[in-house]
Write a protein that binds this ligand. Structure first.
Ligand code: ZN
Length: 83
């Protein structure tokens, strides 16, 4: 089951697994995070639908191991996929 992970630099990953450096985290303020993205963008893995919030997506998806599989998505799509 997909869950939220967070890195020390504030990147967020929603997936079965996350990259090294990410720890499982409870995210209760996802709306406020989406309102304050700064330079971060929203990404979705086109293979397994993992989601990622960061300036760049993972080069290799930590859940399905696909390479260069992330596309940028908008806030509406992101919210529909986590709720
Ligand atoms: Zn994936």
């Amino acid at each position: 089951m997909k869950q939220f992970f967070k890195s020390e630099s504030g990147e967020i990953h929603f997936g079965d697994l996350a990259e090294p450096g990410f720890l499982a985290a409870k995210i209760e303020n996802i709306d406020s995070i989406l309102e304050n993205l700064g330079a971060k963008k929203l990404w979705r893995c086109t293979v397994c639908n993992d989601l990622h919030i960061g300036e760049k997506p993972p080069k290799i998806c930590p859940t399905c191991f696909a390479e260069e599989a992330y596309v940028e998505i908008n806030k509406k799509e992101f919210l529909e996929m986590v709720k």
